[in-house]
Design a protein around this ligand. Structure first.
Ligand code: ATP
Length: 227
């Protein structure tokens, strides 16, 4: 069964939740800043960070699941409103978002407005995800736009947007699931791969991720010989 850890540990009914999935290898300030900005924009009090167990669409993480979880726990210390949802780490096999979405709906109830935030890069790859068409039945999508994106070139996504896109936060938040909102966020020029690369070559990664996370990386020599 699922287990949620972090600053919000009790299970209770909430009106709206922002879900943010990623490998978090490692979690960095770009993730934290974006999640905070989107939560503020939507007026959502609870952000769930959902570390991916076994990525279905990319190479496996460098840090172990236990290390990635520890990094999230350290970063969450003193971040009210954030919680860690370990369901994907605890499932066997590939981490499919459709399973995660179904579990969130079952846990939070029919009325809860669940919004899954994802970068435009992830949204463009959505048609390759396992049972992707079921995902909007369980939750709303908040897509962080990138300048220059041309949605029309992806026919299948274009028709998804024609059916489901809304243009206001109010329209998104009035539905528990099924809607898609495009938002523009200030993307910090930070990525986990850039941080891994810096650490493996002995460069400083200070300021790119929470200090406690960087200390753990140094103490456990994570990423030192691989990017
Ligand atoms: P990697 O460099 O290993 O691909 P990453 O930094 O993109 O990792 P992930 O854990 O794979 O981190 O990303 C999870 C989500 O966070 C994705 O939806 C991605 O678009 C988003 N994201 C990553 N970095 C940023 C950033 N600097 N600003 C905003 N969103 C980000």
């Amino acid at each position: 069964m699922r287990k949620a850890t972090g600053s919000l540990t009790r299970q209770y009914k909430v009106a709206a939740v922002l879900a943010f999935g990623g490998t978090f290898d490692p979690l960095h300030n770009g993730h934290l800043r974006t999640a905070t900005d989107v939560a503020k924009l939507l007026g959502v009090a609870q952000v769930r960070l959902i570390p991916c167990g076994e990525p279905a669409h990319r190479s496996p993480p460098v840090a172990t699941a236990a290390q990635r979880l520890k990094m999230l726990q350290l970063a969450m210390n003193g971040q009210p409103g954030f919680m860690i949802d370990t369901q994907e780490l605890m499932r066997n096999g590939p981490s499919y978002m459709v399973d995660t979405a179904a579990n969130l709906r079952a846990e939070l109830g029919e009325q809860c407005c669940i919004c899954l935030m994802m970068g435009m890069d992830a949204f463009l790859g959505l048609p390759n995800w396992h049972q992707w068409q079921k995902i909007p039945e369980y939750l709303n999508l908040v897509v962080m736009e990138r300048p220059g994106w041309q949605g029309g070139q992806y026919k299948v996504l274009q028709s998804l947007l024609e059916q489901r896109q809304v243009t206001t936060v109010e329209a998104l938040m009035s539905a528990p699931a099924g809607k898609i909102l495009m938002v523009t966020v200030s993307k910090l020029a930070i990525s986990a791969s850039q941080i891994r690369e810096k650490i493996s070559t002995g460069e400083s990664a200070e300021g790119l991720l929470p200090e406690a996370v960087l200390e753990l990386i140094k103490a456990e020599k994570i990423y030192q010989n691989q990017a």
